[in-house]
Design a protein around this ligand. Structure first.
Ligand SMILES: Cc1ncc(COP(=O)(O)O)c(C=O)c1O
Length: 402
């Protein structure tokens, strides 16, 4: 049976449908499966390998025990909407009315879907940076709109201003940006943001800004919410989420901050997608948003240190080279016998292990697994480095079994 319908537009928009109509899994599903199969560190899907802050987890448990288990209000629980408004004031000096300018959603993904479905008509154009979070393509296509990409150019992964000027026209209904950007890490600078506001005014477009990584900036980069720029607020829909900031991606608590004139139409659609979600998680995310500044700076610093550690580790095996020796064509017999993969991988892990040992005592970064191994005394500090890396849930490196 051939099943027709809007699904194929969504799948094609996310580039999951080939010319023969075959559907492939999302890039996240594909990469996560590959990571499990090969024992690779999974950078493909944006979820952390350790839990979020204790206070936030405890607040969710308390909420369940306190009976916050039924439908919350459609626009979100007051405690969370107020915390979101306070957060905007604290970090961006922005006054937000929690009753008319905030909408709680099932993650940023629902916020994106509801906004695009609400604001687009068939034939409208949406300009996004490229590469883009895959749900953008799916939702733009589902709404029957046309997706126009502006590439982030090497080596800065910044959009060229002339590309932006050429992409935004009177046909553009929405300019959808993502800063800090997944996957490049680009943080759009003020000049680019100003240009986007200028273009939005010139062509009467709405700015949709996905800021789920707002607190995860490195190397002193400063995130500037585009809605704080002169002339932006009245035409900007700002989307964020507790998932990345509080390492609670599975809770799917997101939100929108927008002027009432835009929020009303978005709510009209959102209420028929999920209506509401995650009652006990809403007060918990409110707790997170009210945590001291040190939490937010600490999270970014910890992730930056992990990034540095990982970068060093990725560079190390190439020069530390026990893996290289095995990887060269010196073992044709083994390759034919089908064992090369395993022994090559084992050698690579030994290279990684040597590097880790040399690096580990000085490291200020501890994965959750390391911390647990240390505190429990099991597989102590001398345990295989592979078992300490984020092979979450498994005791040993699935590649070398070390
Ligand atoms: C750029 C971007 N926006 C939105 C999301 C989804 O956020 P949420 O889990 O809150 O739906 C992700 C998740 O990886 C993302 O990378």
């Amino acid at each position: 049976m051939t099943v027709t319908g809007a699904w194929s537009r969504a799948a094609r928009g996310a580039m999951l449908l080939d010319d023969a109509g075959r559907m492939s899994p999302t890039i996240f599903a594909e990469m996560s499966a590959l990571a499990v199969a090969t024992g690779a560190i999974n950078l493909g899907q944006g979820f952390p390998d350790e839990d979020g802050p204790r206070e936030v987890l405890d607040a969710a448990k308390r909420a369940i025990d306190d009976g916050i288990n039924q439908y919350p209000p459609g626009i979100g629980m007051p405690i969370l909407r107020e915390a979101i408004a306070e957060h905007q004031r604290r970090f961006y000096d922005q006054a937000v009315d929690p009753d008319t300018e905030v909408l709680v959603t099932a993650g940023a993904t629902e916020a994106i879907a509801a906004s695009l479905l609400a604001l687009l008509d068939p034939g409208d154009e949406v300009v996004t940076l490229e590469p883009f979070y895959d749900s953008y393509g799916a939702m733009i296509a589902l709404a029957g709109a046309r997706h126009v990409g502006v590439p982030l150019r090497w080596p800065e992964f910044a959009p060229d201003h002339d590309d932006l000027r050429a992409a935004v026209t009177d046909r553009t209904r929405v300019i959808l940006i993502n800063s800090p950007h997944n996957p490049t890490g680009t943080v759009l600078d003020r000049a680019t943001l100003e240009l986007i506001v200028e273009l939005a005014h010139r062509h009467d477009a709405i700015i949709l800004t996905d800021e789920v990584y707002e607190h995860l900036t490195y190397d002193g980069a400063r995130h500037i919410p585009i809605s704080t720029l002169p002339g932006a607020r009245e035409r900007t829909v700002t989307i964020s989420s507790g998932g990345k900031t509080f390492a609670t991606t599975g809770w799917k608590v997101g939100w929108i901050v927008a002027p009432p004139v835009l929020l009303g139409p978005i709510l009209a659609v959102k209420q028929f997608l999920t209506y509401v979600s995650g009652a006990p998680f809403q007060p918990a995310i409110a707790t997170g948003l009210r945590m001291p500044d040190s939490f937010f700076t600490g999270t970014a610093a910890t992730l930056q240190a992990k990034r540095d550690l990982l970068s060093e580790g990725c560079a190390a095996p190439a020069s530390a080279s026990p893996a290289r020796g095995v990887r060269t064509s010196s073992s044709p017999t083994r390759r034919r016998s089908g064992t090369t993969t395993r022994s090559t991988s084992a050698a690579r892990c030994r290279g990684w292990r040597a590097w880790w040992r040399s690096r580990s005592p000085r490291s200020s970064v501890r994965t959750g697994a390391t911390a647990r191994a240390r505190s429990s005394g099991s597989r102590s500090a001398n345990a295989s480095p592979c078992s300490r890396m984020p092979w979450r849930g498994s005791r040993a490196c699935p590649r070398c079994r070390g």
